[in-house]
Structures are given as structure tokens and as C-alpha cells.
Design a protein around this ligand. Structure first.
Ligand SMILES: Nc1nc2c(c(=O)[nH]1)N[C@H]1C(S)=C(S)[C@@H](COP(=O)(O)O)O[C@H]1N2
Ligand SMILES: [Mo]
Length: 389
């Protein structure tokens, strides 16, 4: 008869590195990353809602660049921290379930259930976030933003429960020396390959490297060291290209000589040729494209004020504006420009970037550029503005 290898028990794990002392120290920084990620994620979600009960501000113009950069950076930093944390508490997974004592059983199920939820939600959030930033979208069946947003609440809720449950032991081990053994499992006595202090420092260093490797997509002078920065500031006018005109299927329509911009107010349309737009007052603004994926780049844009076009078409200020692209399909072909954005003097239909007419890939003949607006809403190849009221 072949004997089945015994399932591991907590006692099968003997390294003294797998300890509450390590888990708590790494956990504090992991919790901090999650906190930053959660708050900045809420900002991004709110900014992308089609209507805002409380207006999303147009200033500071680089606010979204900062919050979304932080969102992606803190998410990336959390990955090595989460891995070390999970490794350090792995023996807990094999603890026996107290089947005989109903009260302890209930508590165990609640505690482990909340941890299972936390671990699952965390892994899901970090994995989908990374995939989204890498522009690989395997989730054809669900919306990234809605799901990522819903699971953020699950993760943060489970995290708060976890912190509350672990508070006494966390406080104890953080106040004690890192090598103290009071809270260790009885079997965790074998010296590890490195000291606890070295393991914690290595985890922080790994998080630091992950941050540097990502931050280059937002912070120009970090680009040299940023292996993970998928957009590196190359592209016409120093602004990367996200979706090309070819990928959007607009090469023909955007370069057609008879292209016209329609401005519709109260059902009445006025129509502008490219030369008409060139003939009215031009304005120049320095504004970033700040993508939800975390990369961003500053550009010098020139063109016409959206508020000038709306006023010329007879619109009174204070209404939201539908912005439509030549692009025929895709989630970003139509966006809503809230009234406070439409009324901001810096909000342009840009014709030029860095003193040159827009390239086809940057949105020629004209593209929306507004302050403090997520990149995904800076519509390219605009064909129509419509005020509904
Ligand atoms: N019509 C249209 N506009 C669009 C997009 C798109 O796919 N279609 N992508 C958006 C996204 S996600 C970003 S980050 C910016 C990028 O602009 P850029 O390619 O000029 O850098 O354009 C936005 N405008
Ligand atoms: Mo984007």
C-alpha cells in the first residue's frame, strides 16, 4: 500500500520568519498602500461618472494626474508586500477547524471567511489593475471599472474587519522587538535564510523598486529606470498615443476634406469647417493627458474654446455637453462634458499640439482637452458637441 503524504499542519512550517512580527510590519505598509489606492480609486471613479451630484472640480488642472499616478503606484507597491504577507501567514491556512465547539466554530468561520474575502478581493484588484494598465482586457464579459469599483468596497470592508480583529496582537508585536517570540507559533523556531529585519527591509525595497519602475510613466526624470512604464512620453508633441486612428477606424473620416464639426443647441445645429475653426480666436493651454492606466504627459495645446463655440451657437452657460467622436464603436466614442468643464476657459477643442497641427493619432482634426479630466474622457476626432437643454 502506498501511504498518502500527510496534509500539512501549522507545525509543518518551522521558519521563524513566518511570524506575526513580520506579518504586522509588512501589513502596516500594505494597509497604507491599500488606503491610498482606495481613496484615489474613488476619485477616479467619481471623475468618470456621467453626472456629478457635487461638481468635480476643474482645478488643480493636474489633480487627476496626481491622484491616478498615486493610484497605480500604490497598487503596484502593494504587490510585493501582499506576497510577503501571504507567505508569512501561510501556516494559518492549515489550522484545524474546531468542529466540536459551535461557538469557536462560528468565530473561526467568520474570521477565516473575512480573510478569504480579503485575500481574494486583493488579488483580484491587483491583478485586474495590472492587466488594465498593461492594456490587456481579458474581461470581455464584465466592465472593468464597475467590477474594480465594487470589489474595492469588498476589499476595504474586509480589511477594516481584519484590522479590528488583529488590533491587539498587531499592537503587541509592533511595540515589541521584531525578534521577540511571545506570539510565535510553537514550531516556528528554525532560523530562516535571513533575519526578520532583513526580510522586512527586502520587502520594502521590493516595493520601492516596483514604485520606481512604475512612476516613470508619470514622473519624467524617472523614465530611465522605469521598466514597467508602458507609455514613455514618446509620440508627436511629447504625448504618447493611446489608441491610434487606425485602431479606432477613423483614418478615412478624420482625414476627409469635407469634415465638419456640428454644434447642436436645443436641437438646432450650426456647422463648422476646419478653416472656420481656425478663423476664430485661438487659445493656448498647458494641460496633461492623464490616463487611468497611470501614465501621463503634459502637452501645449492650441485651439478654440468650447465655451466660445457654445456661445456662438446660442447656448446659455450651465448645461452639460455631449461630445461625440467620429469613432463608430467603443466605450469612449461619446462622453459627457459637465457644465463646469464646458464653461472653463481652459477647455478647448484643440487643433494643435506643441505648435503643430494635431497628428491623426492625437485626434485630428480636433480633440477635446480639459483641465483635471481623466484621459479617457479627452475625446479625440470630435465631430459633434450637443447641449441638450
Ligand atoms: N475617440 C476616442 N477618444 C479617446 C480614446 C479613444 O479610444 N477614442 N482614448 C482616450 C484615452 S483612454 C486616452 S488616455 C487619451 C489619450 O490621448 P492621446 O492618444 O492623444 O495621448 O485619449 C482618449 N480619447
Ligand atoms: Mo486612457
Amino acid at each position: 500500500m502506498v501511504s498518502r503524504p500527510a496534509a500539512p499542519t501549522p507545525d509543518s512550517f518551522t521558519s521563524r520568519l513566518r511570524s506575526p512580527a513580520v506579518a504586522a510590519r509588512v501589513g502596516v505598509w500594505l494597509g497604507l498602500s491599500f488606503g491610498i489606492c482606495f481613496v484615489t480609486g474613488l476619485v477616479s471613479h467619481y471623475a468618470q461618472l456621467p453626472s456629478h451630484p457635487i461638481p468635480f472640480p476643474t482645478s488643480p488642472s493636474s489633480g487627476y494626474r496626481l491622484t491616478q499616478g498615486l493610484h497605480v503606484i500604490s497598487g503596484v507597491a502593494a504587490i510585493p508586500l501582499l506576497l510577503v504577507k501571504l507567505w508569512s501567514v501561510l501556516p494559518k491556512l492549515f489550522e484545524a477547524v474546531p468542529l466540536r465547539d459551535p461557538r469557536r466554530l462560528l468565530l473561526t468561520v467568520l474570521e477565516r471567511g473575512s480573510i478569504a474575502l480579503l485575500v481574494a478581493a486583493s488579488i483580484f484588484q491587483l491583478a485586474t489593475g495590472v492587466l488594465n494598465a498593461a492594456q490587456w482586457y481579458p474581461w470581455l464579459t464584465f466592465s472593468f471599472r464597475t467590477t474594480h469599483y465594487a470589489l474595492a468596497w469588498v476589499a476595504i470592508g474586509a480589511l477594516l474587519v481584519h484590522i479590528a480583529v488583529k488590533l491587539p496582537i498587531t499592537r503587541d508585536v509592533l511595540l515589541a522587538d521584531i525578534d521577540a517570540t511571545t506570539h510565535d507559533r510553537a514550531s516556528a523556531t528554525a532560523p530562516g535564510a535571513l533575519s526578520r529585519r532583513a526580510l522586512v527591509r527586502t520587502s520594502f525595497a521590493a516595493a520601492g523598486v516596483a514604485v520606481l519602475a512604475t512612476a516613470g510613466s508619470t514622473v519624467p526624470w524617472l523614465r530611465q529606470v522605469s521598466l514597467f512604464a508602458t507609455r514613455t512620453g514618446e509620440g508627436p508633441g511629447g504625448v504618447p498615443i493611446n489608441k491610434s486612428a487606425r485602431a479606432a477606424g477613423v483614418v478615412e473620416s478624420a482625414s476627409a476634406p469635407d469634415w465638419r464639426l456640428e454644434v447642436v443647441v436645443g436641437g438646432v445645429a450650426t456647422s463648422w469647417s476646419y478653416d472656420d475653426l481656425r478663423a476664430i480666436p485661438q487659445h493656448t493651454v498647458d494641460l496633461p493627458i492623464a490616463c487611468v492606466e497611470g501614465w501621463s504627459a503634459q502637452g501645449t495645446w492650441s485651439g478654440v474654446r468650447v465655451s466660445d463655440l457654445l456661445r456662438a451657437a446660442g447656448a446659455t452657460a450651465g448645461a452639460d455637453v455631449d461630445v461625440t467622436s467620429l469613432q463608430q464603436a467603443g466605450a469612449f466614442r461619446r462622453t459627457v462634458l459637465p457644465a463646469n468643464f464646458a464653461g472653463d476657459d481652459r477647455t478647448l477643442l484643440a487643433l494643435d499640439l506643441a505648435g503643430e497641427p494635431l497628428s491623426l493619432d492625437h485626434g485630428f482634426p480636433c480633440r477635446l482637452i480639459a483641465p483635471n479630466r481623466p484621459g479617457v474622457l479627452q475625446t479625440k476626432w470630435v465631430s459633434r458637441l450637443e447641449v441638450s437643454a
